[in-house]
Ligand binder design. Structure first.
Ligand code: NDP
Length: 336
């Protein structure tokens, strides 16, 4: 018997949905039923432009529309109430990162979804990248020996069309740490198969963001097994390249052009035998994330990144901000 497509409601008429997630949901066999926007005219225009049959201003109306799942991608301050409402309505949830602004809120969201028996995923796309999966396998397979260091190069230039709440509105959850460092946190945990215990970070105001909002950061994370991981994130660098490296006792993995939304990048393993490129089978990162989510909705496996993963990535970002403020190493305390 054919399986009915997973029916989705979009919470938020957003850029990320327009640029990536609407296509990803459809590629993964899902159907988008309706979109919710706080502005009726924008919601209607967004629905029309993206071939979505309905739009609404009301979350209750969206949740009452015979849908299986919502994709919550509003500004970060709104995620909590919307996820709690979805859980209450018995609707599965894929939520954007960071899950919330406070860890206690993220815990409430995960607990509510669990209690309601609905699937909750966090949309950390990078662990779906072929580059990251190849590095994770190489580390787990002992290809670098004992992992000692990792380096994440994730300084980008925030495109003009995204230079809104991210750099101006602290209440909405602005700043590069909650925007980009959370992704580094998830990717490091995924590739290393290890958990962070503490972090030291320094933030920067490089001229793009509003007062009190950081637009650059550098830091070092200490992991349980002793690995030190350096990260560099920014909104302000036009010409930097992205990358992800793991350096171990027997080899190094050099991932280039891989901290990105696109299915691109390569990974080289360097060791006593020389250098060789790892074989990769690139796929759309977001479509892979949605496919795993669809399977989880059907009772098969888990989302690529769970709600708990979302709590853990937030915990590292929050500790980095705490460290930058205090000038001291800060403990990473997800409370799980
Ligand atoms: P947007 O700025 O596009 O959308 C956020 C909210 O702003 C929307 O919910 C919308 O309100 C409002 N909005 C959108 N366009 C307009 C407009 N033209 N005029 C007035 N208001 C507008 O956010 P993003 O798509 O960049 O990010 C949304 C979420 O997704 C965030 O949590 C972010 O961290 C996350 N994200 C995740 C990525 C990933 O790869 N995992 C990548 C990018 C973002 P309304 O819905 O009420 O219409």
């Amino acid at each position: 018997m054919a399986t009915r497509p997973v029916r989705w409601g979009l919470v938020g008429a957003t850029t990320i949905a327009r640029e990536w997630m609407i296509g990803a949901i459809r590629d993964a066999g899902g159907e988008i039923v309706s979109v919710m926007s706080s502005d009726a005219a924008r919601g209607k225009a967004y629905a029309k432009a993206n071939g979505i049959p309905h739009s609404t201003r009301s979350l209750a109306a969206l949740l009452g529309k015979d849908i299986d799942a919502v994709y919550v991608a509003t500004t970060n301050d709104k995620h909590k109430a919307q996820v709690l409402a979805a859980a209450k309505a018995g609707v599965h949830v894929l939520c954007e990162k960071p899950l919330a602004l406070k860890l206690s809120d993220a815990h409430q969201m995960v607990t509510a979804c669990k209690a309601a028996g609905v699937v909750m995923g966090t949309n950390h796309h990078l662990r779906n990248a072929a580059t990251m999966r190849a590095m994770r396998d190489a580390v787990a397979g002992g290809k670098v020996g004992k992992p000692l260091f990792a380096r994440v190069f994730h300084a980008v230039y925030l495109p003009a069309h995204l230079q809104g709440w991210r750099i101006k509105d602290a209440k909405a959850g602005s700043g590069v740490v909650m925007d980009i460092t959370v992704h580094d946190a998830d990717t490091l945990r995924f590739v290393l198969g290890d958990e962070p215990v503490s972090v030291s970070a320094l933030t920067q105001h490089g001229g793009m963001s509003g007062p009190g909002i950081e637009d650059g950061v550098m830091g070092v994370v200490r992991f349980k097994n002793g690995v030190l991981a350096q990260f560099h994130d920014a909104f302000t660098t036009h010409y930097a390249t992205t990358g992800f490296e793991v350096h171990g006792s027997e080899g190094s993995l050099i991932g280039t052009n891989c901290m990105t939304q696109k299915p691109v990048g390569e990974v080289v393993l360097r060791n006593a035998a020389g250098e060789h490129k790892l074989d990769l089978m690139p796929e759309n990162l977001y479509a892979r994330s949605v496919s795993a989510f669809h399977n989880a909705v059907r009772g098969k496996g888990q989302p690529a990144a769970t709600g708990e993963d979302g709590i853990r990535s937030m915990a590292l970002a929050i500790a980095a901000l705490k460290s930058a403020k205090s000038g001291r190493e800060a403990a990473v305390e997800p409370g799980l």
